[in-house]
Design a binder for this molecule. Structure first.
Ligand code: SF4
Length: 333
């Protein structure tokens, strides 16, 4: 590992002052960053330890939840209000990693975790534009089973690995940011960037900006919501395809819906087109199928991942059907 300076921040204000120095990184649970440092894929000049900060989950006056950036994944998944109001988020978090990692990993660290593209990690043998801009991408013509079918580019086809972020994207989460220059709030769906020609830039964070919290606005119909993840192994595997969904149906008509996909794109993929096509329509399998087809119409599969186009549609339809069945059961007692 390359030598670095270390400082433990007493509060967020001190953290952002320390984070101003060029080459500094914030350290939360360290479950991704430390691995990347061991591989020399991350080479921070300084680590600003924020692991002791921002651990609260507060309910705001309007019913939103303000989740501190340092809250552990396990604590968030188990929180009583999260389980009651946003069950898809609990399911998404529990579907990720292992219990040990979830006990260490923080909300902000989960949001900022980096791709698990194997070519990105293979420094000795593979070209990677994300690691070395302009070098080329060996994944595009390589083994691409786990790579993206939506939102990728000719520079990078990596997927975003987080399950939690797919849930947050579906729930209209907002990310609170702080730097020495002030604070701002961004929708989570605008935090991560698509690769275009510059996959080395992964988020809209400015230098030194610290994620201080993630806000979940009230979404009453999300009390009936779910997350389904399809993967190669039953645990400790990243998604081939995942779907987060919440559905608001009255008298058979879809009043509102939230949908996001994981495992298919370089960022948590909010399925805006499918949502738009469903609102105001009858909640039927035919309409679910049509919406899934609309969302996946722009998919560009690679040699080994064409199955994801069909799989994503099937999972989306199955999840929506499952929510309809759940509603029918609840209404029929
Ligand atoms: Fe690198 Fe992206 Fe290509 Fe993977 S897909 S090798 S991360 S450029």
């Amino acid at each position: 590992m390359i030598p670095f300076n270390y400082a433990r921040a007493a509060d967020a204000q001190q953290a952002v002052l320390l984070g101003e120095q060029s080459g500094a990184k914030y350290l939360g649970g360290g479950t991704n960053l430390v691995d990347l440092m061991r591989e020399s894929l991350e080479r921070p000049v300084a680590l600003v330890d924020v692991s002791g900060l921002l651990h609260s989950i507060e309910e705001l006056h309007d019913g939103s939840l303000l989740i501190g950036a340092g809250v552990k994944n396990t604590a968030l998944a188990e929180h009583r209000l999260v389980r009651a109001r946003y069950p898809l988020l609990t399911r998404a978090i529990v579907a990720g990693a292992s219990a040990q990692i979830r006990n260490m990993a923080t909300v902000a660290g989960n949001v900022l975790q980096r791709t698990r593209c194997t070519y990105f990690y293979d420094q000795a043998g593979s070209r990677c534009n994300k690691r070395t801009p302009g070098q080329g991408c060996d994944a595009i013509d390589g083994f691409s089973r786990n790579h993206a079918i939506l939102g990728a580019s000719s520079s990078c086809v990596a997927t975003h690995p987080s399950d939690m972020c797919v849930g947050l994207a579906a729930l209209d989460a907002k990310v609170h940011l702080q730097s020495a220059r002030g604070t701002r709030v961004l929708p989570l769906t605008e935090l991560h960037r698509l690769p275009d020609e510059h996959p080395e830039y992964e988020t809209m964070l400015q230098p030194g900006e610290l994620i201080t919290a993630v806000e979940l606005p009230p979404l009453p119909f999300a009390a009936r919501s779910t997350y389904r993840k399809v993967r190669d192994r039953a645990s400790y595997a990243f998604a081939l395809v995942s779907v987060a969904a919440a559905l608001d149906v009255e008298d058979g008509i879809i009043r509102d819906v939230r949908l996001a996909l994981g495992g298919v794109a370089p960022k948590p993929w909010r399925a805006w087109q499918a949502e738009h096509s469903l609102k105001g329509q009858l909640a039927t399998v035919e309409n679910f199928r049509a919406a899934a087809a609309i969302e996946l119409a722009g998919a560009v599969p690679l040699r080994d991942n064409g199955f994801k186009v069909e799989l994503a549609q099937r999972v989306l339809i199955a999840v929506l059907n499952g929510l309809m069945e759940q509603q029918a059961k609840e209404e029929n007692g």
